[in-house]
Design a protein around this ligand. Structure first.
Ligand code: ZN
Ligand code: ZN
Length: 270
């Protein structure tokens, strides 16, 4: 039990600032937690990466079903939106639990299960009575860290796959238009031997376009990988700062008003 406590409270302890300078009651680190909540506006528009038109977010998947029909793009984007909502919900849950800890309200936990106690009986008897609010929050961060970062990584990977497929689809459509144009200009009826039937200069022009297109795909992949790395670094930092700020406030409550009753819980899906 002691080891478990040390393990779970490690994060909170290592990040807690020296408490002899009384922290001012700060505002919630809304900036950090809500950096992903861009808008809840139902009229929000997104640019379709295939046809470049602006589409309302609520109609976006429907649009992709026709605009990117026959590709995996609609399916990938459906999962991206789903996971984006999940990340927002996970951020919001941590924020709510911080407030619950500040106000001594029931904490929202999966299956209403205490992070520290092995059974509900242990929890009521003595269990985590010695665990301060600040440490409990640290435990919550630590417990959800792996799942949170896996969700983000999965989300980034799906979003990046969709971006690459969108570019490829754009390129394919452009090549179809060029091919059709050249078929008309050079009166080529044999679709299968289209390239062989082209005059040399048109042939090399097409080859150049193909080369440039595959280079553009490689460049996009490189850029997306770099952005994904930066994003996860930022996220790690944001979580750490967030925990630090919240811990500062909880330490004050823990000093002024030490816990005397067991934490109460309500179940949560996230
Ligand atoms: Zn489109
Ligand atoms: Zn407990």
């Amino acid at each position: 039990m002691v080891q478990l406590l040390i393990g779970l409270t490690g994060t909170a302890q290592s990040i807690t600032l020296v408490p002899n300078m009384t922290p001012e009651p700060t505002k919630l680190p809304e900036l950090i937690l809500s950096h992903r909540i861009e808008s809840v506006d139902l009229d929000e528009e997104l640019e379709c990466g295939v046809c470049n038109s602006q589409i309302k977010k609520t109609a976006f998947l429907e649009h992709l079903n026709s605009c990117a029909a026959g590709t995996r793009i609609p399916h990938l984007m459906m999962n991206v939106f789903f996971l984006e909502d999940e990340v927002v919900a996970k951020d919001a849950l941590i924020e709510r639990n911080f407030i619950h800890l500040l106000n001594d309200e029931p904490i929202e936990l999966r299956y209403s299960k205490c992070l520290y106690c092995q059974s509900p009986e242990m929890h009521v008897e003595d269990g985590c009575r010695i665990v301060k609010r600040a440490y409990y929050l640290g435990g919550m961060f630590q417990n959800t860290e792996r799942e949170y970062s896996d969700t983000i990584k999965f989300l980034e990977a799906l979003r990046n796959q969709a971006k690459v497929l969108k570019l490829k689809l754009q390129q394919k459509r452009k090549m179809n238009r060029i091919t059709l144009f050249l078929q008309i200009v050079f009166q080529i009826e044999d679709d299968e031997n289209f390239m062989k039937s082209l005059p040399a200069n048109a042939f090399s022009a097409i080859k150049k376009i193909e080369e440039k297109d595959s280079q553009a795909v490689e460049e996009l992949k490189f850029e997306l990988r770099k952005k994904a790395e930066e994003e996860s670094e930022f996220l790690e930092l944001a979580r750490a700062v967030c925990l630090e700020k919240m811990t500062e406030e909880l330490v004050v409550v823990d000093i002024k008003n030490p816990r005397t009753t067991p934490f109460e819980f309500v179940n949560t899906f996230f």
